[in-house]
Design a protein around this ligand. Sequence first.
Ligand SMILES: C[S@@+](CC[C@H](N)C(=O)[O-])C[C@H]1O[C@@H](n2cnc3c(N)ncnc32)[C@H](O)[C@@H]1O
Length: 416
Amino acid sequence: MPKNFMWKSGRPLPRIESHTLRKLEVLKNYLDVYFDTVVSTPASDCLNITLVDGFAGGGAYQNGEGVADGSPLVLLNAVNRARERLNQNRKKPLEINARFFFIDDNKYHIEALRERLWQEGFGSQIGHGIEIIHGKFSEKLPDILSYIKLGQRAGRSIFLLDQFGYLDAPMESINLIFSNLKRPEVLLTFAIDGLLNYLQETSSELEKFRQFGITDQFISEWNANKDDESLGRLVTQRTLMANIQMRSGSEFFTPFMLWSPTDKRWMMFVHLSRHQAARDKMLGVHWSEQNYFKHIGPGSIFSLGFDVRLIETKDSLFSFADQDKAIMNDQLLENLPLEIRRYMTGGKLPVNVLLKNIANRTAATNNDLFEGLMNLARYREIDIFSKEEKIKRPGSKVDLSDTLAIPPQLTLFTPF
Ligand SMILES: C[S@@+](CC[C@H](N)C(=O)[O-])C[C@H]1O[C@@H](n2cnc3c(N)ncnc32)[C@H](O)[C@@H]1O
């Protein structure tokens, strides 16, 4: 087991590495946005939610002279912060009924976590809202799913699957989550380079690789490209991302890439969800955390799968920084009309249908896309209709409930 993730009561805490700190920061920021979004209507007075930490660890790290919270404490504190923040200036108090499951298959880690929870003032909740479970995540999952389905109609839940490598949170388990619950979100750590570095000619015969869509063709493409350390690797990573998204049963996939200086390899912290709005929120966190996320190719519209042209053209790397945002917004103006025509039926395209179809292929948030559509309307490349079917004035704000159409004079000249 890696030293940086070893806990034992009475022993010094493991030292936190920069990429782990970064991951926990993304988690914390995402949870804040999550709670602000799900409880956005003043009328709702109760939120039932289950938070599952499938690979919980010992609860704390040494961070320089101080101590950093491990993921279970990040989850617990996010709920407490949300309770406080969301009840400010509220006439009708909001109740958050949160239930936590912390799983780990190492008894020393479980012991250290229990101790940490007592130190942090959560001890009395153990067994009453906080369940600590010793065992393997994939074996404990079915019972947790039954529990969630029994108690909550909406099945609102967050699963943090912060595994070491790539095998302890099998695709089958992730698929089970998405096929059983209505509103789950999964945050998965995946050692993407770890997997690629271990691939051999015969790996496609093994189920542990086949579950990620590793075929003979995948391996031969990887072998052909892997010497190009930067682009070849990124292109194969993208194919793997597309496979994971398809096999997980989720609809939306947002990868946050983390570089581990110790292991000299990329790790992925992926957000999987069934709702475009959830992906949009995660993308917002990526933009606010800039620099640490790199994605190959343009940010406007791209495809997640393998695209050898990116190696041939040496297309630039995209990262979430200010200059990339400006370039992306310009490119959107070029690319959006094509996408609009592609998904249009009967001359009309609801904005929410467009967003759903391009979400996995753009680094643009919904606000960026709305801005792009507004500019296209200004240039008279599209017309935008409100839900009352009235044409909107060019420059008016775009809403999810709007519908797009091509202005009549343009349809005469287009081949679509
Ligand atoms: C990367 S560490 C988790 C760190 C923790 N999430 C945090 O951020 O503080 C992975 C943990 O998973 C546990 N583990 C490994 N295999 C497991 C399995 N199959 N099921 C549950 N826990 C497992 C290890 O004992 C270790 O504590």
